[in-house]
Ligand binder design. Structure first.
Ligand code: NAD
Length: 302
């Protein structure tokens, strides 16, 4: 008999993730506050749940992909209280990107009730969710992460165990803070070269073979026209939105505050993305995060 999954949060990420689980042979019962989202899940082969409780019936796994920590804590503990409703044999996997403190709280509350729960935020965006190539960064007991691989496998290419509850969120915050920093540095360097008469393609080739080489330059060049198929070459549409990078930088700053860590580069990246989002006549929140290059174009040579 096919194993059952209760899936909460069928948004941009949740829909393709649930669709891949259906393709892998799982019975997926979908719940979202928006009926249009549930309808999309049904079109992908899920069954619709009219309530959170209905979704949980007979679930071997509970997966959530929610917008923020307050919603996740409300779903599992304070509001709906799924932790008190779920069958004790089910494994809870929260894939939402939320504060490590929220994930730790969900983990602790689950433990009190002898329920298995892990945090498993993802990297890879909507493209990774569609292609089943997400990277999962898991926090929780090793045995629970191992058991989760059965359902994470069809949705992802890499599954990492970062440490105890909340560690997946910390890993994601660290990774995305670093991503923001090297994207900004790459954009700044490319624009400096262009302002001094260099061809951005030639400069990119030089830096790719030199010590400035990094992921943003290699896979996601922010300068328009240098690389095919990246957001910079389609007016910064698609990809990973500025507002999502701002959210992740906010979570990194929150983690740094709690651990009293010094993250000056992350703090600067956070404020630069804030300035970028508000610059110009229209909000840049919906553009891809490599559009930060525009900030250096606006301030250079004028
Ligand atoms: P989204 O806003 O498109 O989807 C979230 C869904 O959750 C919505 O359909 C909403 O109605 C639903 N929801 C809200 N409260 C609910 C509740 N109580 N019960 C059930 N459903 C509820 O967001 P998204 O882009 O799919 O992102 C989801 C999570 O994944 C976020 O935490 C985000 O930071 C993270 N993430 C997103 C991306 C990306 O590129 N979009 C990449 C990596 C990680």
């Amino acid at each position: 008999m096919a194993k059952r999954i209760a899936f909460f949060g069928l948004g941009n990420m949740g829909i393709p993730m649930a669709a891949n689980l259906v393709k892998a042979g799982f019975e997926v019962c979908a719940f979202d506050l928006l009926s249009a989202s549930v309808q999309k899940a049904v079109e992908s082969g899920c069954s619709a749940a009219g309530s959170e409780k209905e979704a949980l019936a007979g679930a071997d796994f509970v997966i959530s992909m929610l917008p923020n920590g307050a919603i996740a804590e409300s779903l599992y503990i304070d509001g709906t209280g799924l932790l008190d409703l779920v069958h004790p044999s089910a494994l809870i996997i929260d894939c939402s990107t939320i504060a490590a403190s929220s994930s730790r709280r969900i983990g602790e509350e689950a433990k009190k009730r002898h329920i298995r729960a892990i945090d498993a935020p993802v990297s890879g965006g909507v493209g990774g969710a569609e292609g089943g190539t997400l990277a999962f960064m898991c926090g929780g007991e090793a045995a629970d992460v191992e058991a989760a691989k059965e359902v994470l496998g069809p949705m992802g290419a890499n599954i990492f165990h970062a440490g105890p509850a909340g560690a997946g969120q910390v890993a994601k915050a660290c990774n995305n803070m670093l991503l923001a920093v090297h994207m900004i540095g790459t954009a700044e360097a490319l624009q400096l070269g262009v302002d001094n008469g260099l061809d951005p393609k030639a400069l990119s080739e030089i830096m790719l073979k030199s010590s400035g080489c990094n992921w943003s330059l290699e896979k996601y060049n922010p300068y328009p026209g240098v690389m095919d198929g990246v957001p910079a070459s389609r007016d910064y549409t698609g990809g990973f939105m500025v507002k999502l990078m701002q959210k992740d930088l906010g979570l990194a700053m929150e983690a740094a505050l709690q651990s009293k860590s010094s993250t000056p580069m992350g703090a600067l990246a956070n404020s630069l993305y804030g300035l970028h989002e508000q610059s110009g006549n229209e909000s840049k929140a919906g553009l891809d995060f490599s559009s930060i290059l525009q900030m250096f174009q606006q301030t250079s040579g004028e």
